[in-house]
Design a binder for this molecule. Structure first.
Ligand code: ADP
Ligand code: GN1
Ligand code: MG
Length: 383
């Protein structure tokens, strides 16, 4: 190694250590504001989510290890973190009152910071802390049908817990979040703007999504006609938003409650079906491997509908079959829009990440549409 290379390596290592050290100090300082007892010993990044910045922080109190999840709320995505935290606290309190045992493992528990449940740092970032659920695990892609059943069951149970929750208490944390018609308009607008000169690259995917435009209006028309009711919905029911016990592989609780707000059942059912029943990760590059697994869909429906079938109206039941396609379409539209806009919304690991995600959702949508009849029959079996 030349002296010059050695000096560069030394500088890089020094630079990396100083970033980690400053981060350590900053995280320790933020945690202090939540009055956590004990000594702060370390932090790790939890990289699963596409939105918030998440850290696992470890404290030692009287020789006992205590772990917490520290999150910086994404303020580009969530414009009013104060109201968002009000939603989460009232929803988690409501659920807590219904759980009979092991409350600490079956609902998220947030720590107060003075009179609120967030801390604002000197750059106006909002931070929150909640208890880490020990011996838990999440799955991007479930390894077996029991896990699929459990994920469906847990999202269904979440609906049941909140069936008697007063909808008017919830603030819309993201306006028109699942308004697929507006999502479609935004895509067309971004294509016109072409602010990052990416239009030429996406023209095949864009024309496909335009050709399937009728999917965008299906649920919005039903709501506008008053054919289906509003409910409290989670709105982000992808597979890795359910925590499982690492040993028994039983589901523990639904996490990532930022988007809990007024919605319709198809959003939660469809979003989890497209996420859980896909044979690949959301950013699979080899689209020929992507399929919608009907065996998984069967187990998912079994779990979800075992919890919800008695609370759903007839119209909700008969319109459920299109939900996996609509939610998959919506996500393809969102990924492509964000790609055209220059990756402002979703966290990206590399330049083309959003484009690859959009292509993967389109591949999945085609499979879902091919299996429409099987999807309908499976839903009927469990209603
Ligand atoms: P995002 O909004 O970015 O998706 P999440 O709230 O879903 O963030 O958290 C990201 C990841 O952190 C989860 O997928 C999960 O692996 C882990 N996690 C979050 N909350 C907990 C918790 N209470 N206990 C254990 N792990 C958690
Ligand atoms: C985001 O936060 P996370 O990673 O669970 C997004 C969802 C998308 C999902 C796609 C608030 O979910 O709507 O379906 O990415 N959440 C928000 O992976 O936009
Ligand atoms: Mg998440």
């Amino acid at each position: 190694m030349t002296l010059r290379n050695f000096a560069r390596l030394f500088f890089d290592i020094y630079y990396a250590i100083s970033i980690i050290y400053n981060m350590f100090k900053k995280i320790a300082f933020i945690c202090q504001n939540f009055n956590i007892k004990g000594e702060f010993v370390k932090f790790e990044c939890l990289k699963e989510g596409n939105i918030n910045q998440t850290f696992l922080v470890t404290f030692i109190e009287n020789k006992q290890i205590r772990r917490y999840v520290l999150q910086k709320i994404n303020s580009y995505v969530f414009k009013n973190p104060e109201k968002l935290m009000e939603n989460i606290i009232s929803v988690t309190n409501h659920i807590k009152n219904k759980i009979k045992y092991d409350t600490y493992r079956h609902v998220l528990e947030f720590l107060p910071c003075k009179n609120e449940y967030y801390y604002i740092d000197n750059q106006c970032n909002y931070w929150r802390i909640y208890k880490f659920i020990n011996n838990s695990v999440t799955f991007n892609n479930p390894e077996c049908l029991d896990i699929v059943y459990e994920a469906g069951y847990q999202f269904g149970k979440f609906q049941c817990y909140l069936n008697d929750f007063d909808l008017t208490k919830l603030y819309p944390t993201i306006k028109d979040f699942h308004n697929t018609k507006i999502r479609y308009k935004n895509l067309i607008f971004s294509a016109f703007k072409n602010s990052n000169n990416r239009l030429e690259r996406v023209k095949d995917q864009l024309s496909y999504l335009i050709s399937r435009k009728n999917l965008a209006s299906y649920y919005i028309d039903l709501i506008e006609r008053g054919d289906i009711p509003f409910r409290v919905t989670h709105n982000d029911t992808k597979c890795n938003n359910v925590l499982f016990d690492i040993n028994t592989k039983k589901s523990l609780t639904v996490i990532d409650l930022d988007t809990v707000m007024k919605g319709i059942i198809g959003y939660d059912f469809g979003d989890s079906a497209r996420s859980i029943c896909s044979t690949c990760d959301e950013d699979e590059l080899d689209t020929s491997k992507i399929d919608f697994d009907i065996k998984r869909f069967d187990s998912f429906c079994n779990g979800f509908l075992s919890q919800t079938k008695d609370i759903l109206t007839l119209n909700e039941k008969t319109t459920l079959y299109l939900a996996p396609a609509v939610m998959c379409y919506e996500l393809a539209v969102r990924f492509l829009t964000d790609y055209l806009d220059g990756d402002l919304y979703f966290k990206c690991d590399y330049l083309e990440h959003n484009f690859d995600r959009a292509k993967a959702q389109i591949a999945l949508l085609k499979k879902i549409e091919d299996k429409n009849e099987l999807i309908q029959n499976t839903i009927k079996k469990y209603l």
